[in-house]
Design a protein around this ligand. Structure first.
Ligand code: ZN
Length: 178
């Protein structure tokens, strides 16, 4: 029995490439968010797609910005270019797509776990199942207590709000649901 040729991992071999190989995708997915450095752009759902043109071998990365006007997006684009150049694709295109708009619901389970582990309360779900939106308690990422209060609408960055736990008294950042 002869093994089938692997057509998915030829991205780095030139114009015959048939799809973004796992190595290129992994290089892009590993780019960290410049404001919340514990999570990657894949964790946050910013990274939408990585494709390779089968005719030219040109790699196209598609991203959707988070919060409107978030200055971090320029840094993210530059970091993606750097990662692609290091992976052997200096000619790659980074495309920004605005529809559908990014939502904190796109943050992966792994991303939420990383945020919580770093002491940042992850956002709650934006869309509720019923017609009435029920405000969900923001749980303290340090002790888990639901008894928390917002101190400031803006935390260390515009994407986050500053909260405080009434139980353990520690302040913490909370990624705003959007
Ligand atoms: Zn607490």
């Amino acid at each position: 029995m002869t093994a089938a040729p692997d057509i998915t991992d030829r991205t780095t071999t030139g114009p015959a490439a048939a799809g973004a190989g796992p190595a290129v995708r992994a290089a892009v997915a590993a780019v960290v968010d410049p404001e919340i450095r514990v999570v990657t752009i894949a964790d946050l759902g910013i990274l939408r797609d990585v494709t390779t043109d089968p005719a030219t071998g040109r790699v196209t990365v598609t991203i959707t910005p988070t919060y409107t006007g978030c200055p971090a997006m320029d840094v993210i684009r530059a970091d993606i270019r750097r990662a692609l150049t290091a992976a052997g694709h200096p000619e790659a295109e980074v495309r920004t797509v605005f529809a559908p708009p990014w939502s904190t619901d796109w943050i992966t389970a792994e991303g939420r776990a990383k945020l919580a582990a770093a002491g940042i309360a992850p956002p709650g779900p934006v869309r509720t199942a019923g017609p009435v939106a029920v405000p969900l308690a923001v749980r303290c990422p340090r002790c888990g207590a639901p008894d928390t209060e917002q101190i400031s609408r803006f935390g260390s960055t515009a994407c986050k709000a500053l909260w405080r736990c009434r139980s353990c008294r520690e302040p913490f950042d909370h990624v705003k649901a959007l």
